[in-house]
Design a protein around this ligand. Structure first.
Ligand code: ADP
Ligand code: MG
Length: 292
């Protein structure tokens, strides 16, 4: 039989918008000492915007954005949507890409108007031997301001950077403060670059950053924390973090995320803000105290 205290706690959770999937999830929640947060869509809104277009001398701003948008049209990534919106805002006519190949956690490659085109992170361009030095200072400066530089190469040459900024949710900073007051360590786990990730961590009070992680490496990152005896809750929206949610001691998903994530999670937050995480942990702690 389910103990009365567990029933009361799950009922109270539901009234707070926290769906806790059973007594076992509640027990594991109590023991959590580390909360790992996905960045895009979890700490931030996940609806980034183009803030700046910085071409090299070979292209104009609009040409760069138009060609990048052609490639991103075939991608479903939130960054791709930002580039497409950016092109639309400038009323650019976006051509059809001739070929398209997506590299998860890195970027996209294809042929646009006969030219081999790449858009993605710096490591992605470097893997094609594109020299990125001419725009290194500009990229670092953007990243320091919490923006993500998307690197573009056309015909084997660096063509520019498209800067994209995501907004930190208004509730994230306070939610992270609540986690700290419960003596929890807060870690960001992201595929984005280290500098941008650190800038957002500073802005929100996050203790530790694990950046530049490929989607396939996110579950391993959780394993490494568990190997040093951390008991880990992972919070994500399920866009490429379902394996990490499953690996964590407790997987916490946001109801606005993908359906896969909601299935993977032990706890679902009905509201798309992080304040529910501390609430769920406080609820589990008080319930387990009653049961002893
Ligand atoms: P996150 O951890 O935020 O979900 P991803 O693992 O999906 O990030 O992507 C990591 C990085 O790879 C992005 O920050 C971006 O630099 C690059 N990237 C991934 N997909 C794309 C894309 N469609 N267009 C441009 N860049 C991309
Ligand atoms: Mg993601």
């Amino acid at each position: 039989a389910v103990p009365t205290a567990v029933m009361v706690a799950t009922g109270r959770g539901a009234s707070l918008g926290l769906l806790i999937k059973g007594g076992e999830a509640l027990q594991r929640l109590e023991k959590i000492d580390t909360v790992v947060l996905d960045k895009t869509g979890t700490i931030t809104t996940g609806h980034p915007q183009v803030t700046q277009v910085i071409p090299t001398s070979t292209h104009t701003e609009n040409e760069l954005l138009r060609i990048a948008a052609a490639l991103e049209r075939a991608s479903e990534h939130p960054l791709a949507e930002a580039v497409l919106r950016g092109a639309k805002q400038r009323s650019l006519t976006v051509p059809q890409a001739e070929t398209f190949e997506s590299h998860s956690g890195l970027g996209v490659a294809g042929i646009v108007e006969g030219a081999a085109t790449l858009i993605g992170n710096q490591a992605f361009l470097r893997s094609y031997s594109i020299a990125t030095e001419p725009l290194q200072a500009a990229a670092d400066h953007l990243a320091e301001q919490s923006q993500t530089p998307l690197w573009v190469a056309i015909d084997g040459e660096l063509a520019g950077i498209i800067a994209v900024a995501d907004t930190v949710k208004s509730t994230s900073r306070a939610a992270i403060r609540q986690l700290h007051s419960e003596k929890l360590r807060v870690v960001m786990l992201t595929g984005d670059n280290e500098r941008t990730a650190r800038a957002i961590a500073r802005q929100t009070g996050i203790d530790e950053v694990i950046a530049g992680v490929l989607p396939s490496g996110k579950a391993d990152a959780i394993k490494r924390l568990q190997a040093v005896h951390r008991i880990v809750a992972m919070v994500g929206d399920g866009v490429n973090d379902a394996p990490a949610l499953a690996q964590a001691d407790v997987g916490i998903t946001m109801a606005t995320g993908s359906d896969i994530a909601m299935e993977a999670g032990d706890v679902t937050l009905m509201r798309s803000d992080l304040t529910g995480v501390a609430q769920a942990i406080v609820l589990s702690r008080s319930t387990m105290r009653i049961m002893r």
